[in-house]
Design a protein around this ligand. Structure first.
Ligand code: CA
Length: 217
């Protein structure tokens, strides 16, 4: 009986601990705003513009459009989602990698970032390695966080789809689209990104949509 009570108390204590793995994990699941099929339909309809991110598939190489700090992150590697190039954040201990691009969406509304990602880790079952996608002002100050993932969100080597509807206060603005990764001192984690695009659903300017083989694999 005593053992049973002790077990129940232990479980309650673990659940109540702030920042426990269980609590963190529930915060780390990305939210899908649109499916791949819905984005294909959106682009096909001509009612969206999707040409805001330049070199989003990284096929133009490491030195066009993107800024990088930390280790070099744009690589030509076998296993990209599309083409030969991808972005690779971290993958070594004690990393702090950041990749960003300035995006001009003045005149446009309802911005939706999309990308493919794959996470591989040798970390254990605690969320020690963290990856964030943020929208920053042009000086780098954070305005909005659109995903937080830890090593617990690893994809088992599979590419996954991510999409997110940015809040309305970011409509009709210029901002930095930023990806950031950090790992602790052991058990590194890698986040791979490919075919990063932003579409705008509502248009006030005439802007031809770009046909992206990203969404027609
Ligand atoms: Ca690529």
């Amino acid at each position: 009986m005593k053992a049973k009570i002790l077990l129940v108390l232990t479980v309650l204590l673990v659940l109540a601990l702030p920042g426990s793995a269980q609590e963190r994990e529930s915060d780390l699941v990305p939210v899908a705003a649109l499916t791949e099929g819905e984005v294909e339909a959106l682009i096909a309809s001509g009612s969206a513009s999707c040409s805001f991110v330049h070199n989003g598939g990284f096929e133009e190489g490491a030195h066009l459009w993107w800024f990088q700090s930390g280790s070099a992150q744009i690589w030509q590697l076998i296993g990209a989602w599309n083409g030969a190039w991808l972005a690779w954040q971290c993958g070594y201990d004690s990393c702090f990698d950041r990749l960003w691009q300035n995006i001009d969406m003045t005149g446009y509304g309802e911005a939706i970032p999309f990308f493919y990602y794959k996470m591989e880790t040798s970390e254990g079952n605690r969320p020690w390695d963290l990856f964030e996608g943020t929208i920053n002002d042009l000086g780098g100050g954070r305005l909005h966080t659109f995903y937080v993932m830890s090593n617990l969100s690893h994809t088992g080597g599979e590419w996954r789809w991510f999409s997110y509807l940015l809040p309305a206060e970011l409509n009709d603005t210029s901002f930095q689209l930023s990806f950031r990764g950090s790992t602790d001192a052991t058990g590194p984690t890698s986040l791979f990104l490919d075919d990063v695009i932003i579409c705008a659903k509502s248009l006030t300017k005439v802007h031809l949509p770009v046909v992206l083989d990203a969404v027609v694999p």
